[in-house]
Design a protein. Structure first.
Length: 277
């Protein structure tokens, strides 16, 4: 099974690029971030013509997340990250699809740092830690995928010395990401490519993509049951080279078949969600 994550940076404006990539790559499950559209403007019909059903959580002009599944309807298990009922940003959606639960997230950028936006990012991370621990305790096969807005180490940024004070690279943020790994999550790309410079984002200016001056900020964190199935991981750079494209490229993982039938992922996810409330 192939699972992908892609920050589309405006789904309707980038729709031709997204559709072309879906036709070529044919992932089974896709997490999308930065839809930048309201729910009624989400292009469900165009995606359905390619064989993808979807669930989505839109927001006008900002944020927005979606999960696509090829040939099946994703079964929504959660909408919104628990822990702060006042947070109305569309940054998290979760669904069961093809034997796993997939959580699609768009973690806050946090700039300028320090400041209120950075504080919000750290609070969001704290809520994610709590929820992620509940998921691990439930032992459900789970993938936490999306745009984390974190470069975990110096290896994940083309010029570390230029980013020390940025909200994507500050020590507090890297420590928060490392704390997720300490819980027992596996960073899929780094697991299979431990010493390789792999980027998922390149700024639009200064010829960043052509120079490969990028960042790795889109990640897959795998629960132990899923990590055992990890076969391959990478980034499809071709969409980033197209016109009117996102500043991100799709990242992907491939999983082997489960050795044994898993219990109902939907029921397990709902139990984990109740514990996290």
């Amino acid at each position: 099974m192939k699972i992908a994550t892609y920050n589309v940076n405006g789904i309707n404006g980038r729709l031709p690029v997204l559709l072309a990539w879906l036709r070529d790559a044919a992932p089974d499950v896709v997490c999308l971030q930065e839809l930048k559209t309201t729910d009624d403007k989400f292009p469900a019909s165009a995606l359905r013509k390619l064989g993808y059903e979807a669930i989505w959580h839109g927001e006008r002009s900002w944020n927005g997340v979606a999960i696509l599944a090829r040939g099946v309807k994703p079964i929504e298990t959660r909408r919104g990250l628990p822990g702060d009922p006042s947070d109305r940003h569309s940054r998290y959606i979760e669904a069961a699809a093809k034997g796993v639960i997939v959580g699609c997230l768009y973690l806050p950028n946090g700039n300028p740092a320090p400041g209120p936006k950075f504080d919000y990012k750290l609070r969001w991370f704290d809520r994610l830690h709590t929820y992620a621990q509940g998921i691990l305790d439930s032992k459900v096969p789970f993938v936490l995928a999306g745009d984390y807005n974190v470069m975990p180490t110096d290896l994940d940024v083309y010029a570390p010395e230029r980013w020390r004070d940025d909200a994507l690279f500050r020590p507090e943020v890297r420590a928060a990401y490392a704390a997720l790994l300490d819980q027992g999550w596996t960073d899929a790309i780094r697991k299979l490519h431990p010493g390789e410079r792999i980027y998922t984002f390149w700024k639009y200016w200064r010829n960043s993509f052509a120079r490969d001056a990028g960042l790795r900020i889109d990640h897959f964190l795998l629960s132990p049951a899923v990590a055992k199935r990890l076969k391959a991981a990478g980034v499809d750079k071709a969409p980033r080279a197209m016109g009117k494209t996102s500043d991100h490229a799709p990242a992907w993982i491939e999983l082997g078949e489960a050795k044994a039938a898993a219990p109902s992922t939907v029921k397990a996810a709902k139990k984990a969600a109740k514990r996290a409330r």
